[in-house]
Ligand binder design. Structure first.
Ligand code: SAM
Length: 480
């Protein structure tokens, strides 16, 4: 039998400066001052676990770390008391005094860009079960990388016998000690090439459309190249329409500009109920949709929306860029589910599903920081401050508004109440670079400006294709 065993290298060597660290039995890339590492088997409740025993006054010191953006430290002791410090320039800065209990996560953003070593000093005998240092959104991954060899051994032992149970007999015979051919060896598979501006410029979609500004031009080109399409909401309305007018509810409708376009394109009889906290916007919306639908308005706070506020169930309930303003997601989604007809659809149109507060996820941030630094100054003029930005601001808009208040929870939360029918996600960062802060820096009729926009679109596409997290979603769900 020729089975290929993949080598898995889990961490860099002791002398490298790294940006993350996880305490693991597999690799001694840390030091114990005044002793040697001693791993002990312990029980966390009835679950076996592994801990590093640190006798009183011994100190564990991590490898040299250079702390990047959004770094956090997670530590867990199951016995004793310890002090966690960051040692830089020969000085120890105490970060935390910790006693045994649950895991503690510490935000290290204040130390961004600093180099040093994390130390854990045992004040009394300590058993350390976790020490992870890295980007906040990678702590789960770092935790999963710990004790790899032990997990592999356990995995092999467990699955060596698990299928002997009669419940698996339905799968048929288990086989013996068979043999495989060695897989044919061909050349290495090349990574997918990055899309370039030159390639984009050759595509028909790179021609600007009448009235395009930088935002609409960039998003139109992106929409053409990503090869997946958003739900056609107007068509869906058309196919929902049977004998009576389609009943639609739009929550956080504002002036219902997007709804208007959908109603017009659908061209079927519709009764639309518009719900918003802002009565002035609702009054404008009444005029906007009047030519295309019979309209009703309900003023209220969506966080306390209730079925009692409506006289009927709906064929469609929609949010157009509104769900990311909602605090009470659980209540609102449960209520939407109750408001839908049996086969009713829940639509999210242009929803923000990115990081809370409209911040960029770290992988997008890295690309934006590199790209932004290459933009000529006129493209970096900030319309709000009037200044030239050196980096794109990383503000958390949810700190004092409802902008993106729980946006990163939206997708998993939806799956608690609904089943997905069609989901379209894109836009790792593009919108941030061409929204009102910078949009007026671009004249789409100017070839050089268009080229710059296409450079941003190409970077967006390449990141999205390679696993960058989307911030924009258009989706159709059904109730359970
Ligand atoms: C980003 S705007 C979207 C408006 C509109 N759907 C659109 O796409 O133009 C958010 C809308 O949510 C409304 N809104 C914010 N908080 C709300 C709340 N708690 N209850 C109801 N509406 C709310 C605002 O008044 C605003 O109209």
């Amino acid at each position: 039998m020729a089975v290929i065993v993949q080598e898995h290298s889990v961490q860099s060597s002791k002398n490298d400066v790294v940006s993350e660290f996880f305490l693991t039995e597999d690799q001694c890339n840390f030091a114990i001052m005044g002793g040697a590492p001693r791993w002990v088997d312990i029980a966390l409740g009835d679950v076996p676990a592994l801990g590093l025993a640190l006798p009183a006054e011994q100190t564990l010191v991590s490898p040299e770390l250079r702390l990047g953006k959004d770094t956090a430290l997670l530590c867990e002791l199951t016995s004793g008391r310890a002090h966690i410090s960051f040692r830089m320039d020969g000085e120890d800065e105490e970060l935390l005094a910790l006693r045994a209990g649950g895991a503690v996560t510490l935000d290290l953003r204040a130390l961004e860009g600093r180099s040093g070593r994390v130390s854990v000093r045992a004040e009394e005998d300590v058993v350390l079960t976790k020490l992870l240092i890295g980007r906040l959104d990678r702590l789960g991954l770092l935790s999963a990388r710990t004790h790899h060899a032990r997990r592999v051994a356990n995995e092999k032992r467990h699955f060596a016998t698990v299928y002997d149970h009669p419940m698996y007999d339905i799968r048929g015979p288990r086989g013996g000690a068979g043999t495989f051919e060695a897989p044919p060896r061909r050349g290495r598979i090349q990574a997918l090439p990055q899309l370039t501006v030159e390639e984009l410029e050759k595509l028909p979609c790179s021609a600007p459309r009448q009235g395009d500004d930088a935002y609409h031009y960039a998003h139109h080109v992106l929409g053409e190249i990503i090869g997946v399409s958003a739900p056609n909401f107007a068509e869906r309305l058309g196919s929902i329409y049977k004998k009576r007018p389609v009943r639609m509810l739009s929550l956080c409708s504002g002036t219902a500009g997007i709804e208007r376009g959908i109603l017009e394109a659908a061209g079927v009889p519709i009764e639309i109920t518009l719900f918003d906290i802002n009565e002035n916007l609702l009054a404008q919306a009444a005029d906007v949709v009047a030519p295309y639908a019979r309209a009703f308005g309900v003023a209220g706070d969506v966080n306390t929306v209730s079925t009692a506020q409506f006289a009927t169930r709906f064929d469609v309930v929609a949010f157009v860029s509104g769900l990311h303003h909602v605090v009470e997601l659980e209540h609102v989604l449960q209520t939407v589910s109750s408001l839908l007809e049996e086969q009713g659809e829940f639509w999210l149109i242009g929803e923000q599903i990115g990081r809370n507060g409209n911040r960029l996820w770290p992988e997008s941030r890295e690309v934006v920081d590199r790209l932004f630094a290459t933009l000529p100054e006129p493209f970096r003029r900030n319309a709000h401050s009037g200044a030239i930005d050196n980096t794109m601001p990383d503000s958390d808009f949810s700190s004092v508004t409802f902008e993106g208040i729980r946006s990163s929870e939206i997708e998993p939360m939806l799956l608690r109440y609904f089943e997905p029918v069609q989901i379209y996600r894109r836009n790792c960062f593009l919108w941030r670079m061409v929204e009102p802060t910078y949009i007026d820096n671009y004249d789409v009729s100017n070839e050089e400006h268009r080229r710059t926009i296409l450079r941003i679109v190409a970077a967006e596409y390449n990141l999205w294709r390679d696993g960058g997290r989307s911030t924009e979603m258009h989706a159709v769900y059904r109730r359970r």
